[in-house]
Design a protein around this ligand. Structure first.
Ligand code: SF4
Length: 380
């Protein structure tokens, strides 16, 4: 296949580490337990893949996200080696945002210090709940005390940009319990909070259990409380599930929602490059054997048509509370947005699910609650 070289705009890099100490009871991510040998072989394969890719030549990289899984289960030196290879291969911007996901109980102060020395400047900690009873229900490996230790260590070694992941609608959770969780975490003053509600995924232990889940009204109220309470603590909502202090929105994720090119490395990692979306195989054996020949591990989707690109522009852009700029649409696609989506915009504006202000179109509060059905209408 011919590799196009698209120079000019910056791109992003995602690294997938598919290892966890043990599987949480709700999780269907591509991740699982592993031994040291397996980890070493995987990192080697990852480095070979990074070394071999042809895309990205001459492009600057504005963000790197090391996610999983639990990247912090790896020996710190492996993270250093992966980042070294990325630096050898790509032009990393001086002020690039470099994030690593960490789970409590898997990273001591020494490991966190090593991350800093590799240039990692943002940390995302998977807490999910400050309530030990809820952590147990979720099947997490850690308690709140261990999280506090990780958080303090991260601050001590110099991380000044930290996200905390929280989960709502956990079995047996009450509205009051969620409010308390939010306040407890907001009081720690992280720069960013991601607050997702639990989704029961097929094939997980949760899917086969009888769970006492909050009803729809409670979930609605929990979601509304999240934005309100976090605002009181100085966080602004900038996306359906993400809240940040001023200037601390996650640049990597914004790149994703604004369709910036990104290359994903590792098992099952997906990429958007030019008009192509592709994903690496999720088969560990195939990946390990062939990662030095990226064409053998990639599963390609059909090249994006102009209609696909317009739909993506809309439904990814509408995830952000600022929505999309009509002028950006026109610049990207050479025609006014009304020419393509006039009817849909009119319909949802009249239903008060979409709003328009200063040339931007965005979901209303009510629209956010039914965002999936609104966004589906932008598929052409
Ligand atoms: S730590 Fe994260 S990726 Fe690993 S099993 Fe739990 S939820 Fe899934």
């Amino acid at each position: 296949m011919e590799i196009r070289d698209i120079t000019g705009s910056p791109m992003e890099i995602y690294i997938h580490i598919p290892f966890c100490i043990k599987k949480c009871d709700y999780c269907d991510f591509l991740s699982g337990p592993s031994g040291p040998k397996e980890q070493e072989a995987y990192v080697q394969a990852l480095i070979e893949e990074i070394h071999a890719v042809k895309e990205g030549k001459g492009r600057s990289v504005s963000s790197i996200f090391i996610g999983g899984g639990t990247p912090s289960v790896l020996d710190a030196r492996f993270i250093g080696e992966i980042l070294n290879e990325i630096r050898e291969k790509f032009l990393i911007e001086n002020n690039a945002e470099i994030t690593i996901e960490v789970n409590p109980g898997t990273a001591d102060r020494k490991k966190l210090r090593a991350y800093r020395s590799y240039g990692i400047n943002r940390m995302s900690i998977g807490l999910q709940s400050p309530d030990d009873r809820e952590l147990k229900i979720l099947g997490r490996i850690h308690n709140y005390g261990q999280f506090l230790e990780t958080y303090k260590n991260a601050r001590d070694v110099g991380f000044d940009n930290i996200n905390i992941d929280l989960m709502s609608a956990i079995p047996d959770q009450t509205y009051e319990g969620w409010e308390k969780n939010l306040c407890t975490v907001a009081e720690l003053e992280p720069e960013h909070i991601s607050a997702y509600s639990l989704i029961i995924e097929e094939g997980t232990p949760f899917a086969s259990r009888k769970l006492n889940l909050p009803d729809e009204d409670t979930e609605y109220n929990m979601y509304e409380a999240t934005a309100r309470i976090l605002r009181e603590y100085g966080f602004e909502q900038y996306e359906i599930s993400n809240y940040a202090k001023d200037g601390r929105a996650c640049r990597h994720n914004i790149g994703y929602w604004t369709r910036q090119d990104y290359l994903g490395f590792g098992l099952g990692a997906s990429s958007l490059y030019g008009k192509e979306r592709f994903a690496n195989t999720a088969d560990r054996e195939i990946y390990l054997q062939n990662s030095s020949r990226p064409e053998l591990i990639r599963e390609r989707e059909p090249v994006l048509t102009r209609e696909d690109e317009m739909a993506e522009f809309m439904f990814l852009g509408l995830r952000m509370t600022g929505g999309i700029a009509k002028t950006d649409f026109e610049q990207n696609f050479g025609c006014p947005i009304e020419e393509i989506y006039g009817e849909v915009l009119k319909k949802y504006k009249s239903m008060k699910l979409l709003e328009e202000k200063d040339g931007r179109v965005f979901l209303s509060r009510e629209g956010i609650h039914v965002s999936n059905s609104v966004m589906a209408e932008f598929l052409l």
